[in-house]
Design a protein around this ligand. Structure first.
Ligand code: MSS
Length: 363
């Protein structure tokens, strides 16, 4: 990882000081930069591309971008311009890579060594998928999955299913999914899936298909490798296969974003961010002694719904010495972060509070 490394051309507009450039296709937000922000500024939001981003040409005429709809009673195609006249909704939700927290596992994992920064809280505006479905006469018979296909060009000669970014989520996610043309109040940047992106609130990043070109209700999950064997949680050393859990719904999680290294003895403001996964948050606790004792912290600012994160803060009295600061969120559905999340082959889904703790020197 290069600290403040060179941004790739398609993301040159980002704030290099707030990002860790792992590769041209993987950029991570620095933990300190996440701070106590209600919404992650677009210039700080992480990027994860499984394939090189398409050319800027595709955002030259955004309203002309066309999506194929399949698996509806009256399937067809529709442009973004047409979609804008059907319905519009705004949802705030956490965008988080399945591998966020991978760097905290003890075992060796392939893939970007994300710590906390493959996540952000983002405002999306677009047309609800259920409104589109209604306009197309509802689901065709026997459909169980909502399948989105990315708009990247597939290199000639490669069987599409080996590289195509195509993901299916259970069809009930349709009730809250949107096709978004706006991100944080501006047209969705190409780097984040413009002209149009599928947003499935509460679901891991991989399910939020960028530059979506096809949205289908399907009887089966996509045959793409990224669905069948990729993003499957399995024990270390085991290959991916469709019988294993897929990275669908996110779980309750939090982490401290400051202080991260040093603080002055006395009253210290400890802050961070917390998310409920698919549920509202109930409480957020902070420990300054490595999890021996916990105090309830306060959420900051408005609650922007079950899929958004909430910044939190606690003012604690810290004597000089070494302190291990940890946070533990509990959602309204009663689930709390575990102390440790089980290690798994690709290092997915880490929400263990111990792994996310920080050692701070107070003097
Ligand atoms: N989409 C498309 N089209 N392509 C690609 O590559 N990736 C994924 C999602 N979507 C892709 C898509 C992932 S994997 C993620 S995380 C996300 O996206 C990210 O986002 P951004 O905007 O941040 O970059 Mo992992 O689970």
């Amino acid at each position: 990882a290069q600290d403040g490394g060179k941004l790739p051309a398609y993301a040159s507009w980002k704030d290099a000081d707030d990002l860790i450039v792992h590769t041209d296709q993987t950029l991570e937000t620095k933990r300190a930069a996440q701070g106590d922000a209600l919404v992650t500024p677009s210039s700080d939001l992480y990027i994860r591309n499984n394939l090189p981003a398409p050319s800027e040409d595709i955002v030259a005429d955004r309203d002309a971008w066309e999506v194929q709809f399949e698996g509806f009673a009256n399937p067809g195609s529709m442009t973004v311009g047409e979609m804008k006249t059907l319905g519009v909704e705004t949802v705030v939700c956490v965008l988080q890579c399945s591998g966020n927290g991978r760097a905290f596992f003890d075992h060796e994992t392939s893939g970007s060594q994300w710590a906390t920064g493959a996540a952000g809280n983002v405002v999306w505006t677009g047309v609800p998928v259920r409104v589109l479905a209604e306009a197309m006469g509802g689901a065709a018979e026997g459909r169980q999955w909502l399948t989105g296909t990315g708009g990247e060009e597939i290199p000639a000669g490669l069987p599409p299913e080996t590289v195509q970014v195509e993901r299916s989520v259970p069809i009930d996610a349709m009730e809250r999914a949107i096709l978004a043309w706006e991100m944080n109040g501006e047209p969705v940047p190409l780097a984040h899936g413009g002209p149009l992106r599928l947003i499935v609130p509460g679901y891991f990043g991989v399910n939020n298909i960028k530059y979506i070109k096809r949205l289908a209700l399907t009887a089966d999950q996509s045959p793409a490798k990224i669905q069948q064997t990729g993003y499957r949680v399995r024990p270390i050393g085991v290959e991916g296969d469709p019988s294993q859990p897929s990275m669908f719904k996110m779980s309750v999680k939090s982490w401290i974003t400051g202080p991260l290294e040093k603080a002055s003895a006395g009253k210290v403001q400890i802050h961070g961010v917390a998310m409920g996964g698919v549920s509202e948050l109930k409480t957020i606790e902070v420990s300054t002694d490595g999890g021996e004792t916990w105090a309830e912290a306060r959420f900051l600012g408005p609650d922007m719904g079950p899929y958004a994160w909430r910044p939190f803060a606690l003012i604690a009295d810290l004597p000089a010495g070494e302190h291990t600061l940890a946070s533990r969120a509990t959602a309204a559905d009663g689930l709390s972060q575990p102390e440790d999340f089980p290690p798994n082959e690709r290092g997915y889904g880490n929400n263990g509070w111990r792994a996310h703790a920080v050692d701070v020197t107070v003097s």
